[in-house]
Design a protein around this ligand. Structure first.
Ligand code: GTP
Ligand code: MG
Length: 178
């Protein structure tokens, strides 16, 4: 079945977003302490597609060794998962471009892995600030690519962006070939 991965820095809101998309609060475990999700967790949706919660990267308190372990686990997963249709890279809408996110997206691009961007925690910003941050992000990405990936603005708190993301997934599902 087709699969969609959710990835991003630790604490960016991956598990919260997954719960919001599924309408099921306690499904993916969330925490205000970074590093909560440590395994690759799969959720089967409507007996039809898989959603995949990945551990976050860039958590300052982990050792170099566990960081390397993370990198290998995630990169192996992304490069070898044959049913992976799209990777959603989550970005905190309050924070300006971070090297670690850019590097990760450049790595995806280099390896021809299709991805989209999800801006999270949009409820924490005023509308005007949010628009300014997103615009700055887009401009930064145009330094690297002529075309930038689709992006979505979300809030797990306010349930913003749910329809758009689910419709997007629905539009890709038929492209899956067994
Ligand atoms: P790891 O599994 O540790 O990598 O974290 P994660 O990316 O899965 O983040 P998680 O969903 O656990 O959320 C981290 C913190 O951010 C929690 O305290 C959430 O309540 C909070 N949070 C997540 N999404 C939102 C949002 O849309 N709005 C607000 N205000 N807070 C959010
Ligand atoms: Mg998590």
């Amino acid at each position: 079945m087709p699969e969609y991965a959710f990835i991003g820095r630790s604490n960016v809101g991956k598990s919260s977003l997954i719960n919001m998309l599924c309408g099921h609060k306690g499904l993916a475990k969330t925490s205000s302490t970074p590093g909560k999700t440590q395994l690759i967790n799969h959720f089967l949706i409507n007996d039809n597609w898989y959603l995949c919660d990945l551990p976050g990267y860039g958590y300052a308190k982990v050792s170099k060794k566990s960081r390397e372990k993370w990198e290998k686990m995630i990169k192996d997963y992304i490069l070898n998962r044959e049913n992976l249709m799209n990777t959603f890279v989550l970005i905190d809408s309050r924070i300006k471009t971070q090297k670690i996110d850019l590097e990760f997206m450049l790595w995806l691009g280099k390896n021809d892995v299709p991805f989209s961007i999800i801006f999270t925690k949009s409820d924490k910003l005023k509308q005007r600030e949010l628009a300014k941050n997103i615009k700055a992000y887009e401009e930064e990405l145009f330094n690297y690519w002529e075309e930038i990936p689709p992006f979505f603005i979300t809030s797990a708190e306010k349930k913003t962006g749910k329809e758009n993301i689910l419709n997007y997934i629905d539009s890709i599902n038929p492209l899956f070939q067994k």
